[in-house]
Design a protein around this ligand. Structure first.
Ligand code: MG
Length: 391
């Protein structure tokens, strides 16, 4: 028998050295991070990206993802994806690909877990209502709001606002471009911080939602197998699965097909990305930063197949009349809450009211509503508009 000796080893320096030895030349290594906006002592045995991932998981905004709509409003059924389970599936895919490509898993996971923190309640219906309300006051966009959540709104540290994440994680949140700045007004330096890990989290997002929306859509009855008949990416796998496991239930066949579609997309992504890394000469992190985004992609043929799947989901599921009905209701709740708080900002909780002077009442109200879960927004709507409800 081999005796196991357990020792506490592996301080941060050791872990960072391990990354340098094991990860690919084009990967982001913790030891070479561009650091944090507010200087801090790094942890004794956790790497900076590992620490970022853990700060995100412990944040309030992350916990609230549990009750925020992905496509289906949370109270429609416990089975459906929420933004929390969606984010976990994105992180899972990102980790798989990161490990296979010898990228930094902690960084890819940190970006994946934080990518949806800025979403309003009620998914895209909530977001478009908020954008319309904020037109004259700087607008609203969920990626910008994710950046705002982790640089301004989370408030658990005494010396700085937000979570003070590394610039590489922050860059992963600045997807739509434009100018981003920190709470103290300093601009966020977007050049020279690009990583393949951040790019990967973005592609993993798309693979995750296309596939879990097929699963949720079919389960809800709002999407049918007939709707997917014109999507070769689906039908090719579904007919093979149906033949191979003819005795299995339809439910199992569907789940096996979803699994195979994800596997096909992820494998194609891996193979094409390796080719791109080679053809673009990305033999170091410096080369990745110089080149900018574009290496972590599926092949042209697979992107076309995937786009057809996405168009089908848009037409059949995201615009299903029941989804539209919820969207109309969601827009009304967001608009009426916004109107009530702006009419008298003193009904805001003190920590949001205190921001009115510096940020303007619209931005303070927008931050408050954007942070709400679906069910909190609905409860608040009742409290403010139902005369018999306790406030
Ligand atoms: Mg997402």
């Amino acid at each position: 028998m081999v005796a196991l000796t357990v020792t506490v080893s592996g301080g941060r320096a050791e872990r960072e050295a391990l990354e340098l030895a094991v990860l690919a030349p084009y990967a982001a290594k913790s030891a070479n991070s561009g650091g944090r906006h507010y200087s801090e002592h790094e942890h004794d045995y956790r790497t900076p990206y590992q620490r970022d991932r853990e700060r995100i998981i412990h944040s309030r905004a992350f916990r609230r993802l549990e009750y925020k709509t992905q496509v289906f409003v949370n109270h429609e059924g416990d089975y459906y994806r929420t933004r929390l389970t969606h984010s976990l599936e994105v992180a899972q895919i990102a980790r798989t690909v990161a490990r296979a490509l010898r990228l930094n898993e902690d960084l890819a996971e940190a970006v994946a877990l934080s990518h949806d923190l800025g979403h309003t309640p009620f998914g895209h219906a909530g977001e478009s209502a908020m954008h319309a309300l904020m037109q004259a006051h700087g607008g609203f966009e969920h990626n910008r709001q994710s950046f705002r959540v982790v640089t301004v709104l989370e408030d658990s540290y005494p010396r700085f606002p937000g979570l003070n994440l590394t610039v590489e994680v922050l860059q992963g949140l600045t997807k739509k471009g434009g100018v981003y700045s920190f709470a103290d007004g300093a601009p966020f330096p977007q050049s020279g911080v690009h990583t393949l890990e951040a790019e990967l989290a973005d592609v993993a997002d798309e693979i995750a939602y296309n596939n879990h929306d097929i699963d949720d859509g079919l389960k809800s009855g709002m999407l049918s197998l007939d709707d997917l008949a014109a999507v070769p990416l689906w039908t090719a796998h579904f007919s093979r699965v149906a033949e191979e496991m003819s005795a299995a239930s339809l439910r199992v066949k569907i789940l096996q097909t979803v699994k195979d579609v994800i596997n096909t997309l992820v494998t194609d992504l891996l193979e094409q990305t390796l080719k791109n890394i080679e053809s673009q000469g990305l033999h170091s992190l410096e080369a990745v930063r110089e080149k900018g985004p574009g290496a972590v992609r599926m092949s042209e043929a697979m992107r076309k197949e995937n786009a057809l799947l996405k168009r089908t989901l848009f037409a059949k599921l995201y615009h299903h009349y029941r989804v539209e009905r919820m969207a109309v209701k969601a827009g009304r709740v967001v608009r009426e809450l916004f109107g009530a708080y702006c009419e008298n900002p003193r009904i805001l909780p003190p920590q949001f009211f205190s921001r009115v002077e510096a940020e303007g009442k619209e931005r303070a109200v927008c931050d408050y509503i954007a942070g709400m879960t679906d069910r909190f927004a609905l409860q608040e709507y009742k409290k403010l508009f139902d005369p018999f409800e306790r406030v």
